[in-house]
Design a protein around this ligand. Structure first.
Ligand SMILES: NC(=O)c1ccc[n+]([C@@H]2O[C@H](COP(=O)([O-])OP(=O)(O)OC[C@H]3O[C@@H](n4cnc5c(N)ncnc54)[C@H](O)[C@@H]3O)[C@@H](O)[C@H]2O)c1
Length: 309
């Protein structure tokens, strides 16, 4: 593939003062993008801007809280005021508020949804409007493989799974306007877990040892390679989810089993119970829907093909 470049393009990375976001910002800037480095005030966005400009790149800091609709709006306003356009948005800002489910306070639940999910909505709305006007855009939403299931992080896992639904549906709205929207389950050694130990993590020795087996490949740059590609004009995929783990890159999808087509009359709970193994049987994955219409289409075909009773 020819070089992935962002000459004349403008990118916003939220939560980019450190960790993975910083790495995405440096990579995009090194490939010609003017980068808007968002983070909370006092977290060091200026330092990332300095690293970029000292290397000959273009960047500004946008120190606003993206969980606040006005702060989020201001990040996009700063980008447009400084550079007059917006091509790329990476919704990366995040933090943890871990705890066993039955002990999670209302604030720890709300804060997670406010940053990871509502925050992504608040930044993306003004960004999407600017991209729609230009007829081009790339949005990369940062999810997490905790969406597959992880104890001690139920609030976070739920918000990050929400990011997947956000991605799939927004991709459908973006398609007519040249806006691609994908999500990434990243991995990288950062300080995000420093003040938020995961309850029960040490006890899950199987996971802890698998974690060790991957940890030596935890450079954030490995994930930046995927995010940068998805953020570029070379990427024509949209509405898709990807995982970056230990240097292995893969697509993540929802699947629907062939299931059990119930009777024409309304099925009973007992009948569902009788057919439960057929309903759950992963050997018979039939459909990888990319929209709600795909599943409706599959069932409508099955119903149409049924031999009349
Ligand atoms: N590190 C991993 O292995 C991993 C795994 C899965 C998902 N993630 C996700 O990747 C993203 C980056 O994680 P990281 O490990 O680099 O974390 P990090 O803590 O190093 O960086 C996250 C940044 O987001 C900023 N931030 C938090 N709330 C904000 C807000 N309201 N407004 C603006 N900025 C805000 C923080 O100040 C911080 O600088 C997060 O969304 C995280 O949930 C990380």
């Amino acid at each position: 593939m020819t070089e992935v470049m962002f000459s004349d393009q403008v990118a916003i990375i939220t939560g980019a003062a450190r960790g993975l976001g910083r790495c995405y910002a440096l990579d995009l800037a090194g490939r010609g993008a003017a980068v808007v480095v968002n983070d909370l005030a006092g977290r060091g966005a200026d330092g990332v801007v300095a690293s970029i400009t000292e290397a000959g790149g273009r960047a500004i800091a946008a120190e606003h809280d993206i969980s606040d609709p006005e702060g989020a709006q201001q990040v996009v306003a700063d980008a447009l005021a400084a550079y007059g356009r917006l091509d790329v948005l990476v919704n990366n800002a995040g933090m943890l508020r871990n705890g066993r489910f039955d002990e999670l306070s209302a604030d720890r639940i709300r804060d997670i949804f406010a940053v990871h999910l509502a925050g992504a909505f608040f930044v993306t709305q003004p960004a999407f409007r600017a991209m729609r006007e230009a007829g081009y855009g790339r949005i990369v939403n940062i999810s997490s493989n905790t969406s597959f299931g992880m104890a001690g992080l139920v609030n976070y896992a739920a918000a990050k799974a929400g990011v997947l639904g956000f991605t799939t549906s927004l991709a459908i709205e973006g398609r007519p306007h040249g806006i691609g929207v994908n999500s990434v389950m990243p991995n990288g050694a950062t300080t995000i877990m420093d003040d938020e130990p995961i309850p029960g993590f040490e006890e899950d020795t199987q996971f802890a040892s698998a974690f060790e087996g991957v940890a030596h490949h935890f450079e954030p740059e490995r994930t930046a390679a995927l995010v940068t590609f998805l953020a570029s004009s070379k990427c024509m995929a949209s509405g898709q989810h990807f995982s970056s783990l230990g240097g292995r890159y893969a697509r993540v999808f929802y699947g629907v089993t062939e299931g059990w087509l119930g009777p024409d009359s309304i099925a009973t709970a007992e009948a569902v119970g009788d057919h439960f193994s057929e309903i759950s049987d992963l050997e018979r994955v039939e459909l990888l829907p990319t929209s709600i219409g795909d599943e409706f289409h599959a069932v409508s075909e099955a119903l149409a093909g049924r031999t009349p009773a």
